[in-house]
Design a binder for this molecule. Structure first.
Ligand SMILES: C[S@@+](CC[C@H](N)C(=O)[O-])C[C@H]1O[C@@H](n2cnc3c(N)ncnc32)[C@H](O)[C@@H]1O
Length: 281
């Protein structure tokens, strides 16, 4: 029999040896999950006894984490905005940076009570669309993804968060077979330059879907495809918003200007990186 404090120290050392930056936090999250307590509780109660059954359950999860599987895949969920979301190997793990896109849309929509029609290209877990619907009580939204697995996860997330009446998800290739108009179109498309993918952290390179990452030689392929689609599908005056990779904002802003959008704006994430580009149709 061990106690929680001893177990946490041992797990932290193992995760550090595996090259995991967030070793201490991840150890605490896994142990807290098996104990069914808040992670903070463990810090103040290191004396709790770990049963053999709990030890075995933690070991299974620890081995997955040592193999650099994302903590969200092991726990099966990720907090995003105010929502608790299911994530699986079919979906990108929603990133805090992506909340910049949600906030940017909310800052620009004007009347949050309006009956807006939202479209989310490459919806993944549904995180962006569902966060927006949670803040826009009369809006309706459609999320598109080429991955049937992601579409199923997004639909489940809508149900879990009580948003399924206003959210629809369907498989598709970007805007193929879609007709507008929409008032807001958002997307966090794949934007990693192909040559950079092998150098990403193992959590991303080995465990996230390649189709959620690869953006072509310069990372901008999806933007080149989606800007004209947004122009076709948005109502006049409608809002387009993208998440972009570091260093891509100016190029994406240029694409909007070339396709007749106006009021093109770049917003930064909390690290001061140009993270989103917004424009009006
Ligand atoms: C970077 S992930 C973003 C997922 C989610 N929106 C988020 O922010 O966490 C990009 C998503 O685009 C989807 N995707 C890639 N190519 C697509 C295509 N041609 N048509 C529709 N979706 C596509 C991927 O399956 C993936 O779910």
């Amino acid at each position: 029999m061990s106690d929680a404090g001893t177990l946490l120290r041992a797990l932290t050392a193992r995760f550090q040896a595996a090259g995991i930056d967030s070793a201490r936090l991840d150890a605490r999250l896994l142990v807290a999950e098996v104990f069914g307590v808040e992670p903070l509780y463990l810090a103040t109660h290191p004396e709790i006894v770990v049963t053999a059954q709990q030890q075995a359950a933690i070991e299974v999860m620890a081995a997955r984490r040592e193999n650099r599987e994302p903590i969200s895949h092991i726990l099966g969920r990720r907090g995003f905005w105010t929502l608790d979301l299911l994530v699986t190997k079919d979906t990108l793990d929603p990133r805090p940076d992506t909340e910049t896109l949600v906030q940017g849309v909310l800052d620009r929509v004007g009347d949050r009570q309006a009956a807006l029609r939202l479209l989310d290209f490459g919806t993944g877990s549904g995180c962006i669309l569902l966060a927006l619907l949670s803040e826009l009580p009369n809006a309706q939204g459609l999320g598109i993804d080429q991955s049937a697995g992601a579409v199923a996860v997004a639909a489940e997330n809508a149900r879990r968060n009580g948003l399924d009446v206003r959210a629809r998800f369907q498989p598709g290739n970007w805007g193929d077979d879609l007709a507008g108009p929409f008032d807001v179109i958002v997307s966090n498309p794949p934007y990693i330059p192909d040559a950079d993918i092998a150098g990403l952290e193992p959590e991303v390179a080995c465990h996230e879907p390649i189709t959620a990452l690869a953006g072509g030689a310069d990372g901008l392929n999806c933007y080149r495809h989606l800007v004209p689609e947004m122009a076709r599908l948005l109502a006049p005056g409608g809002l387009a918003g993208f998440e972009v990779g570091a260093g891509q904002a100016e190029a994406v802003a240029g694409l909007f200007s070339t396709h007749g959008f106006y009021d093109v704006r770049i917003t930064q994430d909390l690290a001061g990186i140009g993270r989103c580009v917004f424009a009006l149709r």
